[in-house]
Design a protein around this ligand. Structure first.
Ligand code: IP8
Length: 245
């Protein structure tokens, strides 16, 4: 298999984040057209948006706070399956050979929180010409029941194990922004953006981007952060938004 491209569609891009369990059909259809036009092996990962996050907070489950309640696991996993069905359906309607992959059935975390994600099934799907579509999910976590597995963690794990050629993160922002709100074109080391992203110890909102940049810097493949308008450019081999490598 030649090296695949890994593309994440952020939850805020494919859903209406303000309305529980609502797909942004128009935006999703436009993204699906861009994906269907791609030539070459491609893995798609999507986030939770107004599907997963709503159920995760209702059940008090996060990346570190687990739950042993099977109803919590079913509720979160079920909502994400619903969103995945919508994303796979839109990609199929646009002509992409998309197939669903549910990470809850594949992955696990050990007691230290480290993720194992066997990627053999995804690699074989790629060899067979499919576009596997994974999503943020719950994951069985030793000693915690289930915790949340984010789409970003999946992207990093898959890019490493599949030897990805390029990684794209499509989110609500046009790139990693500096303190003045301008897109940083290229990041080669965390120090270059530590101030703008709130340093290495911050958590939550800014910590999200800081943690993402750190993880993407650790990959062999170049990663790009861009918004929905730039997906076609990225898939055509262009360099939109922020390049991280
Ligand atoms: O939106 C979270 O994935 P993310 C998935 O990529 C759930 O952080 C289930 C909340």
């Amino acid at each position: 298999m030649s090296s695949p491209t890994v593309l994440k569609l952020g939850g805020s891009v494919v859903t209406d984040k303000d309305a529980p369990e609502t797909v942004d059909d128009e935006r999703l259809a436009a993204l699906a057209d861009a994906v269907a036009g791609h030539d070459g092996p491609l893995v798609v990962v999507h986030g939770g948006g107004s599907f997963g996050h709503h159920h995760a907070s209702a059940h008090g489950v996060s990346r570190t706070e687990g739950s042993g309640d099977p109803a919590a696991a079913r509720g979160i996993a079920g909502a994400m399956e619903d969103l995945n069905r919508a994303v796979v359906g839109a990609l199929a309607d646009a002509g992409a050979p998309a197939v669903p992959v549910h990470p809850f059935s594949l992955a696990a975390r050990d007691a230290d929180g480290d993720l194992s994600l066997p990627a053999g099934s995804v690699a074989t799907m790629l060899d067979e010409g499919f576009v596997p579509v994974l999503h943020g999910d719950v994951v069985a976590h030793a000693g915690e029941g289930v915790t949340i597995l984010s789409g970003d963690e999946l992207v990093v794990a898959l890019a490493a194990s599949l030897g990805a050629e390029r990684v794209g993160l499509c989110s609500a922002v046009p790139g990693v922004l500096d303190a003045d709100g301008a897109v940083v074109p290229r990041i080669g080391a965390f120090d270059e953006v530590a101030d703008a992203l709130g340093g290495s110890d911050s958590t939550d909102v800014t910590g999200g981007m800081a943690a993402k940049v750190r993880e993407l810097l650790a990959l062999d493949a170049p990663a790009y952060v861009f918004d929905a308008d730039a997906v076609a450019e990225f898939l055509a081999g262009g360099e939109p938004g922020t390049r991280i490598d």
